[in-house]
Structures are given as C-alpha cells and as structure tokens.
Design a protein around this ligand. Sequence first.
Ligand code: IMP
Ligand code: MG
Length: 207
Amino acid sequence: MARAPQNTPSRRRAPRRREGRWRQEVERVLITEDQIARRIQVLAREIEHDFRGREMVVVSLLNGTVMFLADLIRHLNLPLRLDFMGVSSYGLGTQSGELIFTKELRLDVRGRDVLLVDDILDTGKTMSRVLPKIQALKPRRLKICVMLDKPSRRTEKIEADYVGFKIPDYFVVGYGLDFAERYRNLPFVGVLHPLAYKQSRQPAGPK
Ligand code: IMP
Ligand code: MG
C-alpha cells in the first residue's frame, strides 16, 4: 500500500512560505488580467484592419513577449507566419547593458508586411538596434507593437505603432516581464517592490 505523504506542519509550511514571499515582492498590481485581455482584443482589431489582404509575418522578441504574443496572435483573424529574434541585455540584471542577439530570424521577410512585437518600449535602445537589422532585410512594411510603453524613459527617437498600455516610470514584472528572469509567469503586470531588487544578489538594479 502506498504511504500517504507525511503532513507534518513543517513540511506543509515551507513551500507556502516561499510562495508567499515571492508574491509579496510584487508591491501592487498595475494592470489586471482582465484589463490586459480586453485591451488585446482592441489591439487585435486594429492590427487586423491595418494588415488585411496580405499574409503578415509576426516577428517577436524573446523572451519577454511570450504571454503577450500568445494572447495577441490567437485574436488575430489573419493569415500569418511567426518568427522570433533573440535579444538579450548582457547579464541577468535589468540595467540596460550590452545588447546581444541570441537568435536570428529564419523566415525571409523581404517584401513582406512585418509586425515586430516586443514586451516594453523603455529607453528605445533595444528597438533602435533591432529595427535597422530588420529594415536591412527589405520588408514591404514594418510596424511595431508593444504591450507596454514607458515614454518618460525614452532616449531614442522611436515610437510604437500599437501600444497596449502607456505606464509611468515603474519597474514592472509579470505577464512575460522579468526581473533577473523571475516573475514572468505572473498573469498580471505588477510593480516590483524595491526591496526585491535590493535583496537580489544581482549586481544591477532596475533601470
Ligand atoms: P529599452 O531597450 O530600454 O527600450 O528596454 C527594452 C527592454 O528592457 C525590454 O524588452 C525589457 O526586456 C526590458 N525592460 C524595460 N523596462 C522594464 C521593466 O519595467 N520591467 C522588466 N523589463 C523591462
Ligand atoms: Mg525584452
């Protein structure tokens, strides 16, 4: 007969304590699951309207777009092909560091209508590196869609064509966005408690 797991108080409490602390590191919810879902439907209608009539190529930047992308494209009632570019700031912290490309495009976008999707447009440095790379491949049209936009932090002359939400200068996590690769699985966008990155062993703090 299989032995039932020992439900001693210490065995039950330990994982819960860890989970609790992890959630407490998020100071507050900035954008709820519901708000995200409703906004994505509106964005998808706009994109459909602008891209109808031709097959589009969606180019998504890894890794932060994972949730936004999945929700957005399932609401796009259009023929499309999907590809990814891997872009990463050097290191695990969140200071804008040296940008490295970890994955190149595989689809040929020459003459195609391309929608470039990213999680958040902050200083614009990432986009200002990625855009010329795609433009050099001679797409017919290139539009940018981001889930979040922090216009107050912009240092580059870049704007997105489709924006989910404009937000103030908070360091946010969840719904794909990370701090040191954590919190991506939260279903909402939340403001990270400053203590969470001060306690972190990562050398860099948020931008
Ligand atoms: P940019 O190059 O400064 O525009 O920053 C873009 C990238 O920085 C995003 O794709 C994110 O990976 C990251 N980033 C910027 N702001 C935040 C934030 O508030 N939370 C999590 N990641 C962020
Ligand atoms: Mg990113």
